[in-house]
Design a protein around this ligand. Structure first.
Ligand code: KIV
Length: 267
């Protein structure tokens, strides 16, 4: 068993200040939480991607807060030292800040250290409301899977100047509202690099290039279990001895700036 110290918000800030890359993976159960934690993953994201990955649904939209709370509890019980983030599912924070707080409470009571919610602009007051009440928040911009229908499918975001300017504004507002992390999904690598330099908080990329402060992938994608052919995914089980060694390779490649390779995995 590793004797790594617990990853805290303070430690994440330290890593950011020191330029140490943050390695994050999604995780949905205790068995994988144990393996990922032992392999040195800094942060486990209980993603609502469990709707597609575990439940076989076409999108994340049907995932409920009860399901998120259940999987958060499973991950927390398997984890020892990684920072655990739980996704607020679709419909759990859109109505009001009070509803968001009620639902965030269910995740924090299961042992989540932070909640994540998607979108910019209208979400800033909700982020502020949660942060003021002791709930650390990770924001999520770029391609936001809960808006897949509104966005017209799985498309790279922020490609033109107007869209890039909106993204920059939303990111700055979310950081000013107290968000402590930002996940940036499927945006051009150059924009993500720029944004990462300009923001005071760590930016965790997925399909956003190597210039981010860290990376996240869906666990089942990086183990080659989902059969998806997203450009930004690499199968780390290919050529590895087993799951733990695949995850260790992912951590080493993220920390060493070898994943993603902008020529292969970025936009
Ligand atoms: O739900 C999820 O897995 C996510 C990642 C894609 C960042 O939000």
């Amino acid at each position: 068993m590793s004797n790594r110290k617990a990853v805290t918000l303070h430690r994440l800030r330290e890593m950011h200040a020191a330029g140490e890359k943050i390695a994050m993976l999604t995780c949905y159960d205790a068995a994988f939480a144990r393996v990922l934690d032992e392999a040195g993953v800094d942060s486990l994201l209980v993603g609502d991607s469990l709707g597609t990955v575990l439940q076989g649904r076409p999108t994340t939209l049907a995932v409920s807060i009860e399901e998120m709370a259940y999987h958060t509890g499973c991950v927390v019980r398997g984890n020892r030292s990684a920072w655990v983030i739980a996704d607020m599912p679709f419909g759990s924070y859109q109505q009001s800040a009070e509803a968001a707080m009620r639902n965030a409470t269910l995740l924090m009571q299961q042992g989540a250290h932070m909640v994540k919610l998607e979108g910019g602009g209208w979400t800033a007051p909700i982020v502020r409301f949660l942060v003021d009440r002791g709930v650390p928040v990770c924001a999520h911009l770029g391609f936001t899977p809960q808006s897949v229908h509104a966005l017209g499918g799985y498309r790279v975001q922020g490609r033109d100047e107007a869209a890039a300017a909106t993204l920059r504004r939303h990111a700055a507002e979310l950081a000013a509202s107290g968000a402590e992390l930002l996940v940036l999904e499927m945006v051009p690598a150059a924009l993500a690099r720029d944004l990462t330099k300009s923001l005071p908080i760590p930016v965790i990329g997925i399909g956003a290039g190597v210039g981010c402060s860290g990376q996240v992938l869906v666990l089942h994608d990086m183990l080659g279990l989902t059969g998806g052919d997203f450009k930004f995914v690499r199968n780390f089980l290919d050529g590895a001895d087993g799951i733990e060694s695949a995850v260790r390779k992912y951590v080493a490649d993220v920390k060493g700036g070898r994943f993603p390779d902008d020529a292969l995995h970025s936009f």
